[in-house]
Write a protein that binds this ligand. Sequence first.
Ligand code: NAI
Ligand code: MG
Length: 357
Amino acid sequence: MHQIAVLPGDGIGPEITEQAVRVLTALGLPLELQTQPVGGAAYAAHGHPLPEATLKLAQSARAILFGAVGDWKYDNLERHLRPEQAILGLRKALGLFANLRPAILYPQLANASTLKPEVVAGLDILIVRELTGDIYFGQPRGVRTLEDGPFKGERQGFDTMHYAESEIRRIAHIAFQAALKRNKKLCSVDKANVLETSQFWRDVMIAVSAEYPEVELSHMYVDNAAMQLVRAPKEFDVVVTGNLFGDILSDEAAMLTGSIGMLPSASLNAAGQGLYEPSHGSAPDIAGQNIANPLATILSAAMLLRYSLDEAAQADRIEAAVQSVLEQGLRTADIYEPGMLRVSTSEMGDAVLKALK
Ligand code: NAI
Ligand code: MG
């Protein structure tokens, strides 16, 4: 029996998670799904965005299916009580250091992109972003008054970029293994022409690559990668990069597809536990109306099967079902085009279930 924690969250979280749970349940696998509130829903029920019971369930589960958090209703709370603290707290408590963000543009949705269809139609790349290190967490950081140098007497803001060898090694292994499951091409993105941290990153990537002779490793500077992602994104397969560069490049890659409601994500730790969630937020502007696109969450459930449960065939089944509903012309409002069939959140869930069979 695989224990799966279901944390629907707030905003559209519960509506979209419900559809993904229906899909997971329909597969007939030995899964035990347990649900706890998180984010705004948990604050409303228990006065805290990440209550003890929710954290315990997440820690004991093999995988977490997470909806979204961040309803504007809770914007005026103190920072530590805001819904977003739940996702940060979970990342930290579980040590989720590897963020996997596929950018897939189904041929049926090629018009959703602002780029020319021939540049993006059929795009299928995976960005692997290191999530717990780099300049975002490096110490020292702050604002200080300079005692000498050309800016003597001025205040200066500063952060520190660093990566330990083991931090680079573990994200490298995740990326090489993901590349093995795909087209065996890995591009490591850095700024090794300028940054010592990046040169070290590159050296460690090359050292780890000796363990994966089947995977072709290449290197690219981040400024060039930003250009190539819009020029010829289909040249990439798996991209691995640090926290700062990955934050920017994964959002850029997501926008190549033009459809935020379609993009899943995974965050993994060293024990193989994973948190799976759509790349979008809790969309408070459309919450409770049964119009949100549940496909990003359904595709997150497919990633859960692929990366945490080693059920690649079942993941393929879900992804094929999603393809099939798009092929049938079914569209939620966010991906609707004239001539297509507009459906609600639950109708989209119904259609995916039907396509599974
Ligand atoms: P958002 O992704 O929630 O929404 C951006 C736009 O996309 C909105 O117009 C929304 O209606 C639309 N949208 C998003 N998901 C959709 C879906 N499945 N179907 C149809 N339309 C969809 O981003 P926004 O507005 O910047 O953030 C809203 C809240 O979500 C904020 O509080 C933010 O902090 C939080 N957030 C939470 C995340 C998480 O739970 N991991 C990630 C990103 C944002
Ligand atoms: Mg970002």
